[in-house]
Design a protein around this ligand. Structure first.
Ligand code: PMP
Length: 376
């Protein structure tokens, strides 16, 4: 103890900086550049807020929240509603603060030091990031040039590394590609550990792995309220899996991790499925419209089953196209410096008006860049 009564911290030179865990030193956090622009199409959110009636219903129930009490620890009402939606048992449902926390809970329970986690790259970066944070060893399988995944590669990774947890993302982020059912089936047949199918964008696609979930199969399917349900601000996600796996997650999740307000919001949101389905339909139609328009601009456009589209800038450097769009007041995701994604940008499907602004800006930027290139 020193004179002030606090414990002595060893001094590291002039600054008293305590080094982080050795294995975290080289790790960077997950960032998405935020720029103040009119048209924000960079984080795959819903362009529309939830229905007005939903907001009124949440406000009414919130007035009855017992603020001095902890929330329902088992989040029973919310889990019952999700179970009803998917026709499964409540014991098969795990809920958390965003599907990221669901993924983290699975990895805390089944990955960690001495264990291996497999991904097929390029894919959602948080799978690898959270796996590393838990101290697990990461194995990266490779997708083909067109971002499809060969079953031979699935077999190779499973045989070579025997991962404890393997991720597939369908539709994949940032590529947008829907994983064929056959790939999930091959993975389930070959994987020695848990298989996580991340379905953050599944409502925009034409199939789901949910009907493969069974007590005798180590498969979990993760979902989020952030996209289809227009609730990114609430941070709510869930998974459906075998009851024995859901029960194990109790060991790693913090007590009362899901607050009362979120439980109410999630439960009430599910009453507006018709409105949400109508929005999904509208976004899918817009996705097809902008994909065609981008193809007509001579861009390499990847087929998407999600609420975003990945494209390659072709001649001009991806970074320059991104900057050109920002200068026109449109923000998309710059993936061009990510491994395997040279010159790639990802645009979230917005409202019709936002999409038009994006397409007009993109056509202008490409025209200018292509003209400059042709000028000797
Ligand atoms: N999985 C995938 C594939 C995603 O793209 C995202 C969001 N970017 C998430 C999970 C996390 O979503 P949330 O934590 O908002 O539920």
């Amino acid at each position: 103890m020193n004179a002030q009564g606090s414990e002595r911290v060893p001094s590291l030179g002039s600054e008293r900086v305590i080094p982080v865990r050795d294995d975290l030193r080289a790790l960077e956090g997950y960032h998405s550049a935020q720029v103040d622009v009119d048209v924000r199409l960079n984080t795959n959110e819903s362009p529309l807020p939830p229905p007005e009636a939903f907001r009124d219903a949440v406000a009414a129930e919130m007035s009855r929240v017992e603020w001095h009490r902890y929330p329902d620890r088992a989040a029973s009402g919310l889990r019952d509603a999700i179970a009803d939606l998917h026709g499964v048992d409540t014991d098969q449902v795990f809920v958390a603060n965003g599907s990221n926390e669901v993924l983290q809970s699975v990895l805390l329970a089944y990955a960690g030091p001495g264990r291996t986690v497999a991904t097929f790259e390029p894919t959602y970066q948080m799978h690898a990031q959270i796996a590393r944070v838990t101290g697990a060893t990461l194995v990266e399988g490779e997708r083909a040039e067109d971002f499809t995944l060969d079953t031979a590669e699935i077999r190779r990774v499973m045989a070579d590394s025997g991962p404890h947890v393997t991720f597939l993302t369908s539709p994949n982020n940032p590529t947008g590609l829907v994983e064929p059912r056959a790939n999930v089936e091959v993975l389930l047949a070959e994987a020695p550990g848990i298989v996580v199918v991340d379905e953050a964008y599944a409502q925009f696609a034409d199939w789901t792995a949910l009907d493969l979930v069974a007590e005798d199969r180590p498969l979990v399917v993760t979902r989020t309220f952030s996209k289809t349900w227009s609730m990114a601000g609430a941070r709510l996600g869930y998974m459906i899996g075998p009851t024995w796996l859901v029960a194990e997650l109790e060991k790693v999740v913090l007590p009362y991790h899901l607050d009362s307000v979120k439980q109410i919001a999630g439960r009430l949101a599910l009453r507006y499925s018709d409105e949400m389905n109508a929005r999904v339909k509208q976004l899918v139609a817009e996705r097809e419209r902008i994909s065609e328009a981008m193809t007509a601009l001579d861009l390499d456009v990847f087929p998407s089953g999600a609420n975003f589209v990945l494209f390659r800038s072709g001649g001009p450097a991806g970074r320059d196209v991104w900057q050109g769009l920002v200068d026109e007041g449109v923000l998309v995701r710059d993936c061009s410096s990510w491994p395997r994604l040279d010159n790639c940008l990802r645009v979230t499907v917005g409202t019709r008006d936002e999409n038009d602004r994006f397409l007009t800006a993109l056509a202008g930027v490409l025209d200018r860049m292509r003209a400059t290139k042709e000028t000797p």
